[in-house]
Design a protein around this ligand. Structure first.
Ligand code: SF4
Ligand code: SF4
Length: 194
């Protein structure tokens, strides 16, 4: 049995190490010495690529279409009257595997019914984008359709604190006062969801 294994190993070792390729040392023909066929072949490949559709895109002027399941920057949603949907229940923070969400709840006061849909709202809502892995679990956990992941990237920043997104950064524009900005922020992804 041992002899069989040794013989088999020798065979494999030979197969692995014996990779030498014999060099073709035939003298070049006149055509080959002129290099013209090789030059024309190379130029034909170059010109062929000139008339092909470029695979690159001029970002950010042009962007690729997103996948229907793309998950980007979070957005805090409002209802059709422009009131904040979030009730600061904390379910998104509990569901978040990266512990990226923090918030502070507050009671809605009389006269604030046009600002907050429910009696409780998030006075402070923060997402640490350096922690977020864009898994979408916060969106799935939310019972109020108050948070969803949009088709927008979290932009680059030079400072760590620039990646802590507060309510000002996350809240969708008001659909009553800023309908165009609202529609743009809502995007196609939200349309699929609703
Ligand atoms: S997308 Fe995932 S990681 Fe990011 S805040 Fe939501 S639950 Fe947390
Ligand atoms: S976003 Fe949704 S889950 Fe998170 S605190 Fe607000 S209502 Fe609750």
């Amino acid at each position: 049995m041992r002899n069989f294994c040794v013989a088999r190993n020798k065979k494999y070792m030979q197969a692995l190490t014996n990779r030498a390729k014999p060099v073709d040392r035939r003298p070049m023909t006149l055509l080959e010495r002129a290099y013209l066929p090789a030059i024309f072949k190379g130029m034909s490949i170059t010109f062929g690529h000139m008339f092909k559709k470029a695979p690159t895109i001029s970002y950010p002027e042009k962007t690729r279409p997103f996948s229907p399941v793309f998950r980007g920057l979070q957005i805090l949603n409002r209802d059709e009257q422009g009131r904040e949907n979030c009730t600061a229940c904390g379910l998104c923070a509990v569901a978040c595997p990266a512990e990226a969400i923090t918030m502070e709840a507050a009671e809605r006061k009389a006269g604030e019914e046009n600002l907050y849909r429910e009696e409780k709202y998030a006075a402070r809502f923060e997402i640490n984008m350096l922690r977020c892995i864009f898994c979408g679990l916060c969106e799935e956990a939310c019972p109020k359709d108050a948070i969803y992941l949009s088709e927008t990237f979290a932009p680059a920043n030079f400072q760590r604190k620039g990646f802590i997104y507060g309510k000002d950064d996350l809240l969708i524009p008001n659909p009553v006062t800023e309908p165009e900005a609202y529609a743009k922020a809502k995007g196609n992804r939200a349309a699929v969801k609703s």
